[in-house]
Design a protein around this ligand. Structure first.
Ligand SMILES: Cc1ncc(COP(=O)(O)O)c(C=O)c1O
Length: 363
């Protein structure tokens, strides 16, 4: 017998990150990874730098200062918060903890690819729920729930389609799950949403034993490089995550920078206001070029290209790269006709639209 990994592992298509280089182009605008054009708050940078004397010591392992800051900010109990090396880590640990071989894990088609990766890595069965014109119907999710369902990952807003699930639909889905299944609400982009019928999941987690909400400092807080995420959990799930996580999974600089980022509310408000203004502008301008752009509540938009020679998304992508504009190809999300564009700085947004206009004008 030779060495082989667990069943499912070799079926994994490794995660494809957004590209960051446009060889040959002068000025480069990276709009491929949903990062913040502002980066972190200056206060978070100062806190990061101030951590220097502590670099030789292990950090406090439970990220207590950060859990306390998050708890105070949102009015939550700190012992129900678990921090991670990005929310990726928490989404992974949940699968590692709960998914047994042949258990089913439900998630939407055209959603964050990590869900499938962590399911297969645990020899689980991915169940992708089809969408209708990129809209996920909760009835269709409920129809796929069965005795083998162990986890349901739901990104709201969803990456890359940029839509969301309303709080009443989320409650309805939860009501249809058996107590043996865990609903994971991945709210990585929730800070950007301004809709009356949206709630990131706090209420549902507070009132049930089988719902977890995951959040991140990578997007609105501009700390993607330092890797900090967190989960708000029922006590039983927090206990499980604290058993399986690495002992010092959030480094000291990350803990301190995230606390400072959370405290700098006016900086974050500005990031969100900028996003709203420019998301609307990008959507209008690109629709004005004759391309389909879906309504977005997040910090990115999804652009559809026609299936005609030299107008396809791959043609646009190639052309945009020559202009230094890097978008995200969506083939790995099973949307090969689309490119995803992150809302960037004013300069980057204008450069993206100018490049797209040139591309469309050349058809
Ligand atoms: C829907 C969704 N969830 C989670 C993440 C992971 O974010 P992080 O691990 O940086 O917290 C991403 C990152 O792109 C995402 O798009």
């Amino acid at each position: 017998m030779s060495l082989s990994p667990k069943p499912g592992v070799m079926e994994i298509d490794a995660y494809v990150p957004g590209r960051s280089e446009a060889p040959g182009a002068g000025r480069v605008y990276k709009l491929s990874s949903n990062e913040s054009p502002f980066g972190p708050s200056p206060k978070a940078i100062a806190a990061y730098e101030a951590a220097e004397p502590a670099l030789g010591l292990y950090p406090e392992g439970s990220a207590r200062i950060l859990r306390n800051a998050i708890a105070a900010h949102y009015g939550l109990a700190p012992d129900r918060i678990v921090c991670g090396n990005g929310s990726d880590e928490i989404l992974t640990l949940l699968a590692n903890s709960y998914v047994r071989p042949r258990d089913e894990v439900l998630f939407s088609a055209h959603s964050f690819s990590l869900y499938k990766i962590v399911t297969l890595a645990n020899s689980g069965v991915p169940v992708e729920v089809r969408t209708s014109d990129l809209h996920l119907s909760i009835d269709d999710v409920i129809a796929r729930v069965g005795p083998k369902t162990r986890l349901v990952y739901l990104a709201t807003p969803n990456n890359p389609t940029a839509g969301y699930v309303s709080v009443s639909e989320m409650r309805r889905l939860h009501g249809a799950l058996p107590q043996t299944a865990l609903l994971v609400i991945d709210a990585a982009y929730s800070e950007y949403v301004r809709r009356n019928d949206y709630e990131a999941g706090i209420e549902l987690v507070s009132t049930s034993n089988n719902v977890v909400m995951t959040r991140t400092f990578s997007k609105a807080y501009g700390l993607a490089g330092i890797r900090v995420g967190w989960a708000y959990c029922p006590k039983n799930v927090a206990d499980v995550l604290n058993r399986v996580r690495a002992p010092f999974n959030v480094n000291i600089s990350a803990q301190r920078a995230a606390v400072a980022a959370l405290e700098d509310a006016s900086f974050t408000d500005n990031v969100i206001r900028h996003n709203e203004t420019w998301r609307a502008w990008l959507t209008d301008e690109i629709r004005g070029l004759g391309l389909r752009v879906d309504d977005s509540v997040a910090n990115f938009i999804l652009i559809h290209f026609p299936d005609s020679p030299s107008q396809r998304s791959a043609d646009a992508d190639r052309f945009l790269m020559t202009q230094g504009v890097i978008l995200r190809g969506c083939a790995s999300y099973d949307l090969p006709q689309c490119l995803r564009l992150t809302v960037g700085s004013e300069e980057a947004n204008r450069a993206a639209v100018a490049a797209l206009r040139k591309f469309m004008g050349e058809q």
